[in-house]
Design a protein around this ligand. Structure first.
Ligand code: GLV
Length: 328
C-alpha cells in the first residue's frame, strides 16, 4: 500500500507539531474539538480509515471492533497503556495494535516522585495556607511531614517506569523494594539496589510507601484490594501513576478516612473522571488529573512514535511497538 494513500483518523487533538507532521505524511483526518468521540463517531471513524490513532479515552472493545468492517488494519495508540483496547479481539480480526512505550517513562517517574514528596511533605497543605493568606510565620511544629530518606519504597510493577522510579527514589535516600511477575536480572537488581519480594502481601506489610507502576490487565484488577490495603502500615502511603483499576478506590478511601492508611497520591482513578467525592475532602490525599506523561516534550515524542509505527506499517513491516496479547 503506498504510504501517501494511507488514511489515518486521529481521535483527539495532539500537539501542533505532531498534527502537522501527520498531515504531511498521510491522508489524515484530525479533530477540531477536543472531546472524546462518541461510540458511534468512533465506529464510523474506524470503518472509514486504514489506521486509527486513539488515546486512552477511546474504549475499543470487542463490540466496537465487530462493527468496523474490513478496512481498518492498524490501531496506532497514542499512549503506552493499552488497557482500553481489546488487543486479542483486534488480533483475531487481523488488526495490528501498537503503542508508544519508553518516551513517557521519565516523565511518569518524575510525577510519581512528585506525588511521594507532595504527600509525605504536605505540599498541597502548605500551598493552601499561602493561597488563603493564612501564613503567620515559621513555627517549629507547623505542617510537619515525614522525611523520605530512609523510608522503604515498595514498587508494584518493575517495568520501565518502575525502574525509573527506583533510580529517582534511591537518589532521595529511599530503600528500594519491588514485586513483579518476573524477577529482574541480578545485575539490574544490583544497580538499583532493589530487594525483590516474591510475596506481594509480605512486601506490602513492611513498606512505608507503595508505588503502583504495573499496567492494568485482568490479572492486576484490584491487586490492591481491601485485604491487601489492610496489610499496609497505618503510617504507610500509597501512590498511583499507572491505572486506577489496580486499586480498589472505595476501600482505599474508607481506610484513609479511618486512619488505617496515612495518605495517598493519585493521578488515576478507578472510574475515570468519576473520582470518589470523599477522596477530595481528605487533606492527606493529593489528587492530580492524570498528568503523569503530560510534558510537551513527552507528548511530541509520543507522536513521533505513532508516526514511526504507521510509516513502518505502511512500508509493509510490523510496527516496532506492536503490542501482542502475550505481552499483556
Ligand atoms: O497514561 C498514559 C499512557 O498510558 O500513555
Amino acid at each position: 500500500m503506498p504510504r501517501e494513500r494511507l488514511s489515518v483518523v486521529v481521535t483527539r487533538r495532539l500537539p501542533e507539531a505532531v498534527e502537522t507532521r501527520l498531515s504531511e505524511l498521510f491522508d489524515v483526518r484530525l479533530r477540531d474539538d477536543d472531546t472524546p468521540m462518541t461510540r458511534e463517531e468512533l465506529a464510523a471513524a474506524m470503518r472509514g480509515a486504514d489506521v486509527l490513532v486513539p488515546t486512552l479515552t477511546d474504549k475499543i472493545d470487542a463490540g466496537l471492533l465487530a462493527q468496523v468492517g474490513e478496512r481498518l488494519r492498524l490501531i496506532a495508540n497514542y499512549g503506552a497503556g493499552v488497557d482500553h483496547i481489546d488487543v486479542a479481539t483486534a488480533r483475531q480480526r487481523g488488526i495490528l495494535v501498537s503503542n508508544t512505550p519508553g518516551v513517557l517513562t521519565d516523565d511518569t517517574a518524575d510525577m510519581t516522585m512528585a506525588l511521594i514528596l507532595a504527600v509525605t511533605r504536605r505540599i498541597p497543605e502548605g500551598l493552601a495556607v499561602m493561597q488563603r493568606n493564612e501564613w503567620t510565620g515559621w513555627a517549629p511544629t507547623a505542617l510537619l511531614g515525614g522525611r523520605v530518606g530512609g523510608r522503604r519504597l515498595g514498587i508494584l510493577g518493575m517495568g520501565r517506569i518502575g525502574q525509573a522510579v527506583a533510580r529517582r527514589a534511591r537518589a532521595f535516600g529511599m530503600q528500594i523494594h519491588y514485586h513483579n511477575r518476573r524477577r529482574l536480572r541480578p545485575e539490574i537488581e544490583e544497580t538499583l539496589e532493589a530487594t525483590y519480594w516474591e510475596s506481594l502481601d509480605q512486601m506490602i506489610a513492611r513498606m512505608d510507601v507503595i508505588s503502583v507502576n504495573c499496567p492494568s490487565t485482568p490479572s492486576t484488577f484490584h491487586l490492591m484490594n481491601a485485604r491487601r490495603l489492610k496489610l499496609m502500615k497505618p503510617t504507610g502511603v500509597i501512590v498511583n501513576t499507572s491505572r486506577g483499576e489496580v486499586i480498589d478506590e472505595n476501600a482505599l478511601t474508607r481506610m484513609i478516612r479511618s486512619g488505617e492508611i496515612a495518605g495517598a497520591g493519585l493521578d488515576v482513578y478507578e472510574h475515570g473522571t468519576q473520582v470518589n467525592p470523599r477522596l477530595r475532602e481528605l487533606p492527606n490525599v493529593v489528587l492530580l488529573p492524570h498528568m503523569g506523561s503530560a510534558t510537551l516534550e513527552g507528548r511530541i515524542e509520543m507522536g513521533e512514535k505513532v508516526i514511526i509505527n504507521i510509516k513502518t506499517f505502511a512500508d509493509g513491516h510490523r510496527p516496532p511497538d506492536q503490542v501482542v496479547p502475550a505481552m499483556l
